[in-house]
Design a protein around this ligand. Structure first.
Ligand code: NZQ
Ligand code: ZN
Length: 387
């Protein structure tokens, strides 16, 4: 296990009716930016509840609405202007990962005179950010408890991420009931995203860190146990609650402490959704089993057979056979959730795969993946297998 500093400062209010804690968290702010997406929070009544609490506490607020999945740089810029105009001192993001990520980019862009995209290109470092809190409505990204943001620059067809502990939300309200209105596809994509976050940290060049590996397997098993239940019974509280907490724990830092991650598959997926606006978790479900097939070799087989044994209970004497069976089970599980296995199923063809492979490498500093390092040719092979 390598050295680490534990820092997960977000206050989590988890469970039914935890919105009752919103008042005490926000009442000392004078001007709030309320950020949300296309309207799911209005349909389920959450918007009205939040607005009632803001009004009851005489807090002035302005709204950044219509934040799209794969949040756009234009929304970030719009949010920065709103914050400056209204002298905002706190941002409240109500919704899923895209809304929260957009809010985070607004939070640091607010203090910057130049183009906020500079941060994503590594031309500027985050030194200051507005405080923010979240009310989560989709279990997936872990953004409610981490310091990362991923934004799409529609003009350049680029989707890039940046992170800082300054972006970790002050508080997040996690009421699993809010996730019961999700369409099946979003629930499924969310579960795939959670599992992908675990994989990115489980498959690590730091071979030990036994505890982190067992925690990772527990989160994967939770997704496998409750993912199908949440899809078949959207109102099942236990399923929603387990998935929601799994999503936060999968990417708040816990699984990476003492290790390094891989993150090649996320880098490749971001290139696909940058061009095709694909749902992030859907892209991951397509790529992951193909990446696993591609990187399985003498060096990695022990880790993949450990995964197959501990997560899917596969036994046998041939470790390659066990590893392959684990990869097959991974693909089968995503299919069981209703997720596709190929890019053609989501109407993506061969036309941009060279470009995506090259950009995945450029955007990640020359090679991608820390567990298994991939060059442009390797990424191309993985993408070809996804077609
Ligand atoms: O816009 P609304 O109307 O709210 O609808 C949303 C949106 O259409 C809908 N939705 C959310 N909660 C709902 C609901 N519909 C009904 N009932 C509810 N309770 O779901 C759709 C998808 O929303 P989105 O925010 O895009 O989903 P997600 O949370 O999966 O976020 C994906 C984005 O996060 C990035 C992804 O790349 C992608 O851009 N990621 C962020 C990370 C982070 N900050 O740490 C890490 C991840 O790996 C990921 O890259
Ligand atoms: Zn992800």
């Amino acid at each position: 296990m390598i050295n680490f500093t534990y820092n997960v400062p977000t206050r989590i209010y988890f469970g039914k009716e935890q919105i009752k804690n919103l008042e005490k968290e926000i009442k000392n702010y004078k001007s709030i930016l309320l950020a949300y997406g296309a309207g799911s929070i209005k349909k389920c009544g959450l918007y009205q509840k939040v607005v009632d609490i803001l009004k009851a506490n005489n807090i002035s607020f302005c709204e950044l609405s219509g934040i799209k999945p794969n949040p756009r740089l234009t929304s970030v810029k719009q949010g920065i202007e709103l914050c400056r105009k209204n002298k905002v001192d706190f941002i409240l993001a109500v919704g899923a990962g895209s809304t929260i990520d957009c809010a985070k980019a607004v939070a640091f862009g607010y203090y910057y005179e130049g183009d906020v995209w500079d941060f994503f290109k590594g031309k500027s470092q985050i030194k200051n950010a507005l405080l923010l809190g979240t009310i989560l409505t989709l279990a997936a990204t872990g953004s409610e408890m981490n310091g990362n943001t991923v934004v799409s620059n529609e003009e350049l067809q680029e989707k890039l991420s940046v992170g800082s502990d300054l972006l970790r939300p002050v508080f997040s309200i996690l009421d699993p009931v809010y996730t019961m209105t999700l369409p099946k596809e979003q629930t499924a994509a969310g579960v795939a995203d959670i599992m992908a976050h675990v994989y990115e940290q489980y498959f690590s060049s730091v071979g030990d860190a036994y505890l982190q590996n067992r925690l990772a397997e527990a989160i994967l098993k939770t997704c496998i146990e409750f993912g199908p239940v949440a899809i078949n019974e959207p109102d099942n509280y236990e399923a929603r609650a387990n998935i929601m907490w799994a999503g936060s724990l999968a990417l708040n830092g816990l699984l990476t402490y003492g290790k390094t991650g891989d993150w090649a598959v996320h880098g490749i997926e971001h290139e696909i959704s940058a061009i095709y606006d694909l749902t992030h978790g859907t892209g991951l479900a397509i790529i992951y089993p193909n990446w696993m097939d591609y990187v399985l070799n003498e060096k990695t087989v022990d880790k993949f057979s450990e995964y197959a044994k501990n997560v899917f209970g596969i036994n046998g004497s041939d470790k390659f056979q066990i590893a392959k069976e684990g990869i097959k089970k991974t693909r089968d599980f995503f299919n069981l959730l209703g997720l596709p296995s190929t890019l053609s199923q989501v109407k993506i063809g061969i036309e941009n795969i060279n470009k995506m492979a090259e950009k995945a490498i450029i955007n990640n500093g020359g090679e991608i993946g820390k567990y298994v390092k991939l060059g442009a040719k390797d990424v191309l092979s993985v993408l070809q297998a996804c077609l």
